[in-house]
Design a protein around this ligand. Sequence first.
Ligand code: AMP
Length: 282
Amino acid sequence: MELITDLHTLRQTLALHREHRRTLALVPTMGFLHEGHLALMRQARHHADVVVTSIFVNPTQFGPNEDLAAYPRDLDRDLDLCRSAGVDLVFHPDARDVYPRPPRVLVHAPDLANRLCGLSRPGHFQGVCTVVTKLFHLVQPDVAVFGQKDFQQLAILKALVEDLNLPIAVLEGPTVREHDGLALSSRNTYLDPDARAQATAISRGLFAARDAFQGGLRDPQDLIRIVQQHLDAQPLALPEYVELVRADDLTPISHPIDAPAVIAVACRFGRTRLIDNIHLNP
Ligand code: AMP
């Protein structure tokens, strides 16, 4: 496995692969890898000759009061994990090389960004669209793999690829969870034991709502209330939103649910902001 930090070396190395007609898959990450990331890498392994993972904590997607400086980092451990997942090339650039000057051109996020997480994280999805576009240009992958855990991000990036006519197949991987249901996240490491125990209320609430849906409950407000009740029972939980939206355009879905839908949650536990979601298919 190769580690490349320099943009020019990356282009040269990948050009060589392309000359040999090898297909490329890209799995973008911010590092501090866990089983959720590794599952995407293994999925990528099945769809291309060369698997590239980027590890880059992208400053333009963090707000001024967010955790850019504190975001957990452990490159040596990440490299071992990438190797174990069959990654061929890790791209780990320096922020000064990715953004040699304050960016003059930013990629405008679609309307899909003006709801859910976009409301409390202004500029976040513009930063995501900008860095992913840069990574797409640098790597020129045939395939890119993203997780359903960040389902709003996934919807936005699918729109980006479609609207900008990028010749990239976007694949998605299911959310990987701890044994007690908590969705894996690099930010889980911020949780103290009490918050960690209470954070399972998010997935418990989502699973309970899904069970009720599968049992025939179709009223969005009733399903949302099930999740809210689980969160309200936790003294440390500060829910930001619980919403039930259409899976295609993320707009609120009215009663009765007759199209694929998603219940999405963002909830803080102290300084830690967690998100999760579950799909409902009528
Ligand atoms: P991040 O490093 O948090 O920016 O995530 C990088 C990629 O991994 C994104 O496509 C995420 O959606 C995906 N991802 C993060 N957590 C999970 C998880 N628990 N299960 C599946 N994919 C995940």
